[in-house]
Design a protein around this ligand. Structure first.
Ligand code: SAH
Length: 342
């Protein structure tokens, strides 16, 4: 089977071309066709010599993900179920905002106790090309005047457990010269907190960092997120304090607020204290319930009080009601239906 050309970095493509005595500037031309002009074949790359195009077509493919199913929510979010070449599935969610779109993409399949996505168990890492393809294919799909400007890696999987592919994909997604051209200010990688990988993400990319915190003490976090047993709260926050943040940026802490588990006023105060050494902001996500879940969403006034305590401690805290709940596209719900069907 031919290799998907999106798996190559620009430098690797340059080397490949040079090995065949083809000038390196051709790499940029080829990549611009793929990412800027969304070319599906080498044949259409008319400013690249015919022999070079033929040679490329003998060695590489320009794959798209197979769109198995799309679902549209009442709130306008659109969930894509993609079938990968080995028959596995991955989901991406396109979220309409006021003036732009945000796309939530996946990095692998794996997860936490309370997260329905995780119930399918770990399957495998996505390749660099598969991560890029979610963005490239959905961008190609969007009509109308609203543009896709923001990417969040908050879909299925733990990006830092697949860091080299994630870093490679981010390089192409944010390359304004010969890639997809997203501003790294508008790309966010969310992690459950794999401490040893954090600084590498900070060194090798300039994306925004989001941490799924979800608790303010180890006992609760251990219960919600098994990863905490290995990388406990105080060590995680310490690593965040040392994270090589881009100037004027803040780390986003995601906090799913669950009834009777982590929603007390003490939790809110403790959270404010814990975050003090860090340039931080907080996204409060009311828990999205699902069939068979042991957890519930707190009442609205509890969520508001939690937010106000953070605000009174000078934190930006925003309540994020996930979109796309009716089509299982909200946080923690990806791949849920599929797993149930299977
Ligand atoms: N593994 C990464 C990327 C996934 S992000 C990470 O943990 O950050 C998915 C986000 O959805 C996480 O912040 C997670 O805490 C949240 N989430 C999972 N299940 C949820 C649910 N049922 N309701 C609300 N948020 C949920």
């Amino acid at each position: 089977m031919l290799q998907d050309i999106k798996e190559l970095t620009k430098d690797q493509l340059i080397l490949w071309l040079e090995d065949r005595s083809i000038k390196s500037y051709r790499a940029k031309q080829i990549l611009m066709w793929i990412y800027l002009r969304q070319a599906d074949t080498f044949e259409v790359m008319t400013d690249v010599g015919k022999d070079i195009r033929k040679c490329l077509a003998r060695h590489f493919s320009i794959k798209r993900l197979e769109k198995e199913r799309t679902e549209i929510s009442q709130d306008g979010s659109k969930k894509f179920l993609f079938k990968l070449i080995d028959g596995k599935y991955v989901e991406s969610v396109l979220i309409p905002e006021k003036n732009h779109y945000t796309l939530c993409i996946s990095s692998q399949v794996q997860g936490c106790l309370f997260c329905l996505t995780a119930k399918g168990g770990f399957i495998r890492n996505l390749t660099k090309g598969e991560i890029i393809a979610q963005v490239r294919d959905v961008a190609n799909d969007i009509g109308g005047s609203k543009r896709l400007t923001n990417i969040v890696m908050m879909g299925m999987g733990e990006p830092l457990a697949n860091l080299s592919n994630v870093v490679g994909a981010v390089a192409t997604i944010t390359d304004s010269d010969a890639g997809l051209g997203f501003s790294s200010r508008r790309v966010t990688v969310s992690t459950s907190g794999l401490i040893p990988k954090l600084s590498q993400l900070g060194r090798e990319t300039a994306v925004n960092l989001a941490i799924s915190l979800n608790a303010t003490d180890n006992k609760t976090r251990d219960m919600l997120m098994p990863v905490n047993r290995k990388y406990p709260l105080e060590k995680l926050l310490d690593a965040c304090a040392r994270y090589p943040l881009v100037a004027r940026r803040r780390i986003t802490f995601e906090y799913i607020i669950i009834k009777g588990v982590n929603d007390s006023e003490e939790d809110a105060k403790r959270l404010a204290r814990l975050l003090r050494p860090i340039r931080a902001k907080v996204n409060l996500i009311p828990f999205n319930t699902f069939e068979g879940s042991d957890f519930e969403r707190p009442e609205e006034h509890v969520i508001l009080t939690f937010k106000e305590i953070l605000n009174n401690n000078n934190y930006t805290a925003v309540i994020r009601h996930s979109k796309g709940q009716d089509i299982s596209a909200a946080c923690g719900q990806l791949s849920a239906n599929l797993m149930r069907d299977a």
